[in-house]
Write a protein that binds this ligand. Structure first.
Ligand code: ADP
Ligand code: MG
Length: 475
């Protein structure tokens, strides 16, 4: 029997506002516990929430960038549940009228493009955090995160496998970082997702029962949790059982998902309209202002790189897919003429170093200035590609300037024509067979002579001079 996997993601994006969704407290990460908290976040009686305009602007930017309907009237609801890190006993969220309605996003997975529809994206406040490892036998509560604005982005159940799920998550991360509405730092919890997984027979028109795996915050764990669920659910279904509708957690140490609780239904939360907040109305003018302030997005960048900058499609996609990479590309191109060489080095050697260190380009020692100089030294043939690679590695370690490295390491090209000529002469003398073959019409052998001179000079000979000298000698 063939089973088909159906996946839907709920992604929580922490919006990078300065203050919280309903209070003036800071949203800064990593502060001492309970220092970014005010009366509203503590849920004291009698205090009233005041909506943060910036959170709305950021949510709308997301909506516009994903071709979504923007609900110009949206409202808040209370989602009631009891948990120690939720002081009010309810979360303020948008259930009935979310700010962002149906939209879509393009993903690239398994070598293909696919559109994933987005059901909605709504604003809500984050909860605090229970701290279990600070006090012996007791649990602490840190409310720094309570009230931080989240945009919850809900996908349609249209994702077919783990690769697509990761690609979808990456596409969302790309867009929110390009839009500057979230820092995208997953290790700090700026983006987390709930993964809903079910299985159905290929011909079934109805979806199967889903398990919801809560709060995953890395690409790797999304992939592993889905693989585990597919295996677990397939085994249950194959043996004639049925999958329980439940909420599960992913344990990255044991690489398994475990049941947390049976899935609650919406009515368990006793949603009702938030009486302390009026509906929020966005005017046409405000909407137009936000629309006109949108930056160029990855898809548009990719097209422009292909059509105007004339990059290879695969290079254009890689560079446009990361904001820091695209910035580096565009800044370096302003300072050097050879955009295709910039692109080739970014996608090749620079990406290899980024992957090795698992960092973003703006966390490295490479600046756009230094990178542009490096590209310049390659294209004016001061240094060969091979030497440029070792210069790049040196920049990676030390951050030193290209020209200083070339000088200090003695990588400066050999300019001395008479020295080059004597080396070339010797090579010509030592290889009479090749000389005859070349003169007999085997033009490609010219490269052999150039290569020999380069070898003799450890790549430091000026290739242009070498060419000229060899042409003269081999006439
Ligand atoms: P809830 O808030 O209770 O989790 P929703 O109905 O809003 O519920 O669905 C949340 C997510 O679950 C959505 O991303 C949706 O695509 C996904 N989903 C719904 N049904 C299924 C299913 N049968 N299999 C996989 N994913 C599903
Ligand atoms: Mg859910």
């Amino acid at each position: 029997m063939t089973w088909q996997t159906v996946i839907g993601l709920e992604i929580h994006v922490q919006l990078s506002t300065k203050s919280k969704l309903f209070s003036g407290a800071s949203t800064g990460f990593g502060a001492e516990p309970n220092t970014h908290v005010d009366l509203v976040d503590m849920g004291l009686p009698g205090v009233l929430p005041v909506p943060n305009k910036d959170a709305f602007l950021k949510a709308i930017r997301f909506g516009l960038a994903t071709n979504a309907e923007i609900n110009q009237v949206s409202s808040f609801d209370r989602k009631n549940y009891f948990y120690p890190d939720l002081p009010k006993g309810y979360q303020i969220t948008q259930m009935a009228m979310p700010i962002v309605g149906k939209g879509s996003i393009k993903i690239f997975a398994n070598g293909e493009e696919k559109i994933i529809n987005i059901t909605r994206a709504h604003l809500e406040e984050d909860a605090g955090k229970s701290v279990h490892d600070l006090f012996e036998g007791e649990t602490g509560i840190d409310l720094n995160r309570a009230g931080t604005p989240l945009l919850e982005i809900v996908s349609e159940p249209e994702i077919a496998n783990a690769k697509e799920a990761v690609a979808y998550f990456k596409a969302i991360r790309q867009i929110v970082t390009f839009l500057d509405i979230c820092d995208g730092v997953m290790a700090e919890g700026s983006m987390r997702c709930d993964v809903n997984v079910s299985m159905k027979k290929v011909d079934d028109s109805e979806l199967g029962t889903r398990a919801e795996i809560k709060n995953i915050n890395s690409f790797k764990f999304i992939e592993r949790a889905i693989a585990f669920e597919i295996d677990r659910q397939t085994k249950i279904l194959e043996s004639g059982g049925s999958v329980a509708q439940e909420t599960r957690l992913y344990d990255s140490v044991k690489n398994e998902t475990r049941s947390m609780r049976s899935k609650e239904e919406a009515n368990d939360y006793r949603y009702f309209p938030e009486p302390d907040l009026l509906p929020v109305v966005i005017s046409d003018k405000e909407l137009e202002e936000i629309r006109s302030s949108l930056p160029e997005l990855p898809e548009q960048k990719e097209k422009r790189y292909i059509n105007e900058v004339k990059l290879e499609a695969s290079e254009a996609r890689i560079i446009a897919s990361s904001k820091t990479m695209a910035n580096m590309f565009e800044e370096a191109c302003l300072k050097t003429d050879d955009s295709s060489l910039v692109a080739r080095w970014l996608v090749g050697e620079v990406s290899a170093l980024l992957n090795k260190d698992n960092i973003e380009i703006d966390e490295s020692n490479l600046t756009s200035n230094n990178f542009a100089v490096l590209i310049g030294r390659i294209s004016d043939k001061t240094i060969s590609g091979k030497i440029a690679k070792s210069v790049l590695e040196e920049i990676w370690e030390s951050g030193d300037g290209v020209d200083a490295i070339i000088k200090d390491k003695g990588l400066v090209q050999i300019q001395d024509e008479s020295l080059l000529e004597s080396i070339a002469k010797k090579i010509v003398e030592d290889n009479p067979g090749q000389v005859n073959a070349y003169k007999g019409g085997k033009d490609r052998l010219f490269g052999f002579f150039v290569g020999q001179v380069m070898k003799e000079t450890q790549g430091k000979a000026n290739p242009q001079s070498v060419n000229e000298i060899l042409k003269k000698l081999l006439k």
